[in-house]
Ligand binder design. Structure first.
Ligand code: KG4
Ligand code: ZN
Length: 342
């Protein structure tokens, strides 16, 4: 690609509670990555309030895009395409990014590329791993998704495993709330678990009959709640760090076990992590060890690129653009968009 012209993507992400914009060169080099987080605003409510999220996106988005362009040292004229998350996510939040991207694409006469949020998470792996190319197996673990995805080629995905109920991040957030850690729970459980014994409490590891690569976390969540209730009934003290560590170990055993089994079954030599939960320190360590033990190459984005950001959307948009995929100015937000669909 040395002699080819550089492709610059302006990427926009507003599917949940981060207003984000980035400029990405050739799908792999991040020229800017601006994230305006609303976490503090939603914390008082114990979770994301969709209406507040949409309003904040409207307030912030122009400023965030302006900063992304400025930091990248490029004007709209220097951009080759505008990439934007159009699903899945909160419809009102998504619409802010989609409307903005359409307006910019129209005004600056640039192609528009709609991006699937989860395909963005997967593509975050390309950014810091210049040698990573498909095919590989990716475990996507976010607040809304737990998927085992075969990345067969750039932009070509097959979901081979999924959760039947709660997503991994959702389980983290619910358990965090139950032990009084508050929102967002994942990073807090991650930190507290470091002080606890991961084998103190035997929480369940669910298997799904006939679906070896699927997941279920609602039983684990209930087991944690039952454990906390029974301690209260018996007036026994709860060791929160042990609860956090034992819950986390149960999740990680299942995630890592199923990922390695799927890699073997599908003859994938490369395994990647993606999504907010992929920033979990214990999951990263456990997956790294398991991959080393099974002779698998292991990839994961740095923590900042695991949680919601626009650089990952720029990476995904680049490969869509290269494949000739473009969206019309009638692009709409699709809150329940399926992976691999357009
Ligand atoms: O990918 P993401 O930023 O947003 C979605 O697309 O959902 O993921 C957010 C989820 C939340 O459930 C959050 O608690 C979880 O990722 N999370 C973590 C950690 N950091 C974020 N879970 C476990 N350990 C972490 N360090
Ligand atoms: Zn996400």
């Amino acid at each position: 690609m040395g002699t080819e012209k550089d492709i610059l993507i302006l990427a926009i992400e507003s599917s949940c509670d981060e207003t984000a914009a980035a400029v990405v060169k050739n799908g792999r080099t991040v020229l800017s990555n601006i994230i305006s987080s609303q976490i503090a605003l939603h914390t008082v409510y114990g979770g994301v309030v969709p209406e507040i999220a949409s309003r904040k996106h409207v307030e912030k988005i122009n400023q965030v895009i302006g900063e992304a362009l400025k930091e990248a040292g490029v004007g709209l004229g220097g951009i080759d395409a505008v990439g934007v998350t159009y699903g899945p996510g909160l419809v009102g939040a998504l619409l802010v990014g989609v409307a903005e991207a359409k307006a910019i694409a129209y005004a600056a006469k640039k192609p528009l590329v709609g991006v699937h949020h989860i395909e963005g998470h997967v593509s975050a792996n390309y950014i810091e791993n210049p040698k990573l190319e498909p095919p590989f197996l990716c475990l996507v673990v976010s607040g809304g998704h737990t998927h085992l995805v075969l990345v067969k080629d750039y932009g070509v995905y097959e979901v081979i495993g999924r959760t039947h109920d709660d997503a991994a991040g959702e389980a983290y957030d619910k358990v965090a709330r139950a032990i009084g850690l508050g929102y967002p729970g994942g990073p807090k459980v991650d930190a507290l678990a470091k002080e606890g014994n991961p084998y103190a409490i035997p929480f369940p590891r669910a298997h799904i009959e006939g679906a070896p690569f699927d997941f279920s976390f609602s039983g684990l969540k209930s087991a944690v709640l039952n454990y906390l209730n029974s301690c209260e009934m018996k007036s026994e003290p709860v060791n929160q760090a042990d609860v956090a560590a034992s819950f986390q170990q149960a999740i990680i055993d299942v995630l890592v076990g199923r990922t390695v089994a799927a890699a073997t079954e599908y003859s994938m030599g490369k395994v990647a992590l993606a999504g907010g939960v992929a920033s979990n320190s214990a999951l990263r360590a456990a997956m790294q060890e398991a991959c080393a033990n099974h002779g698998l190459e292991f990839y994961r984005p740095s923590p900042l690129l695991c949680t919601d950001n626009a650089a990952m959307i720029g990476a995904a948009a680049y490969y869509e653009y290269r494949r000739g995929v473009q969206s019309g100015l009638d692009l709409n937000a699709v809150p329940n968009l399926k992976i691999g669909e357009r």
